[in-house]
Design a protein around this ligand. Sequence first.
Ligand SMILES: [Zn+2]
Length: 282
Amino acid sequence: MKCECHGHIIADGVSYTDAMERHKNGVDKDYVRRALEKVRDCGISFYRDGGDKYLASAFAKTIALEYGIDYRTPIWITHKKGCYGGMYGRSFETMKDYHALVKEALKLGADFVKLTVTGMLDFENGGAVMGRPFAGAELREAVRIAKGEGLAVMAHVNGADYIKEALEAGVDSIEHGFWPDESVIGYFLDTGAVWVPTGVAVFNHIGQGRYEDRVMRRIHEVQLDVLLQAFEKGVLIACGSDAGANLVYQGTGTEEELALLLSMGIDPQRGNGEIIRRFKKQ
Ligand SMILES: [Zn+2]
């Protein structure tokens, strides 16, 4: 069974700006149907969306079974105001606002909560992790509230220290996890959380001339090194491509991520299975 454990059906891998324009005055339903066709045509029967702010994934969920796809979505990214997440999310200021956002997402059919702990990488600046992190007591409280609603937590995190902090806070999956080090492995093993490395979101840029290859290669190689050790020690690793991100296309992006993992000797089957099992409202 082929799985996409981290995609954004709203986006097309070409232009984030155009993707947002397309749906901002209401979901372009024909567009979403064509995207689901691409996913289905690649033999993908499970799709976990990372959420979006215009409800494209919420709509996709309502029709995905017509395409033979088990579709899960957090509806939107839930992020602290001033922290990363505005691309695909809704923000909150207080934990009370956060809880209200989670409840609102639940009404719209949310299967889990998506949180952002750190920002994205600045590919033009050596791959540094951007933005103010969402961490500490508030992160732990956010996870506790999600669990109280019967929801698993998908966490966008980069950087070894924040990966460990998110795992300690009890998140169920680490998304991206670029710039890890060996010390994260024990935390994954202790918590049983799944790592969704979205390797092609970086790897597909190598040789494309948009960013310095030296930077993209370094980000990829550091992650690969720790991923391999993690897999050998039993960490659950799942196949998610960040489909919709630049140069990661719906359907084929998933195939590329799977090929990349398999080329490293990593079989994502167990990790995928755990994502399917956990990311459903209890
Ligand atoms: Zn994403």
